[in-house]
Design a protein around this ligand. Structure first.
Ligand SMILES: [Zn+2]
Length: 267
């Protein structure tokens, strides 16, 4: 009788033990499954992140022909501030932003943004008191006008360039592509004709001294070609307002550098 009882106890222990072991094995297997599923999810997220960053670096590499293009592209992504329309940045790597609308009017028969009218009129009057004549040869240009200019420039370069795409690339340094021209803002003015030797005239020297007092800057200086991606244009001035113009005059920065600096300090 005692023997039978011991057998029964042994069976019960065996069954309970068996259940315990099975439960343990099942839960371990379940945990392992969950963990491997989590790992799989994590690694796929990591893979997605890698592919995103690869795509981003590829975009950088393709959008920037050189480091200066990357500077201006970087500026475009962080600085366009609709609150200050006079600081709108348009140029190679910085397409005309959708928030900007030129408010067009005419001055001396030339279309410009209305912000330009009073400052230019005052500047012209004060210059004439010093015996200097200033006149606007080009102000606002529509996309189709810019397109005509650009195409004409490409055709000029095509005469000497080995390929058409090289002619286009060369033309982009002297005439902005449609959609990338500052003239579409109405805030840019070409003064006294488009003459390469304008910087040897008394009018240029007067502007060097006084343009900032009226809110204008020489937009494409000789020593900033690698930042603006536009070759030196002594005749092209841009209205940015007196505060920004004075700051740039003092620091020697061009518009791209000024806006980049303003953004990094205000963050
Ligand atoms: Zn111009």
């Amino acid at each position: 009788m005692k023997k039978i009882f011991l057998h029964a106890v042994a069976y019960v222990l065996l069954i309970v033990g068996g259940i315990f072991v099975c439960t343990f094995l099942l839960s371990t297997a379940y945990d392992a499954g969950v963990r491997s599923a989590q790992l799989a999810a994590l690694s796929s997220t990591a893979a997605q992140k890698t592919s995103v960053s690869q795509a981003a670096s590829q975009t950088d590499a393709t959008s920037g022909a050189d480091s200066s293009t990357q500077i201006s592209s970087a500026v475009a992504t962080v600085t366009q501030n609709p609150q200050n329309r006079c600081l709108v940045l348009v140029g190679p790597g910085n397409p005309f932003p959708s928030w900007y609308q030129p408010e067009l009017t005419e001055i001396f028969g030339i279309k410009v943004d209305k912000a330009v009218v009073q400052p230019f009129t005052e500047m012209r009057t004060d210059a004439s008191k010093d015996g200097i004549a200033l006149w606007i040869s080009s102000g606002y240009r529509s996309d189709s006008e810019q397109s005509t200019l650009f195409q004409r420039e490409v055709e000029q370069y095509a005469k000497t360039s080995p390929t058409y795409s090289e002619a286009v690339a060369a033309a982009e340094h002297s005439v902005a592509k449609p959609g990338f021209s500052e003239h579409a803002t109405g805030l840019a003015i070409d003064l006294n004709g488009v003459e390469d030797d304008f910087d040897r005239t008394p009018a240029f020297r007067w502007l060097q001294k006084h343009a900032h007092e009226y809110g204008f800057i020489l937009r494409y200086p000789k020593d900033k070609e690698n930042v603006t991606n536009i070759k030196y244009e002594p005749w092209h001035y841009r209205y940015v307002g007196t505060e920004a113009a004075a700051a740039m005059k003092k620091s020697g920065q061009c518009l791209e550098e000024y806006i980049a600096g303003k953004t990094s300090t205000s963050r």
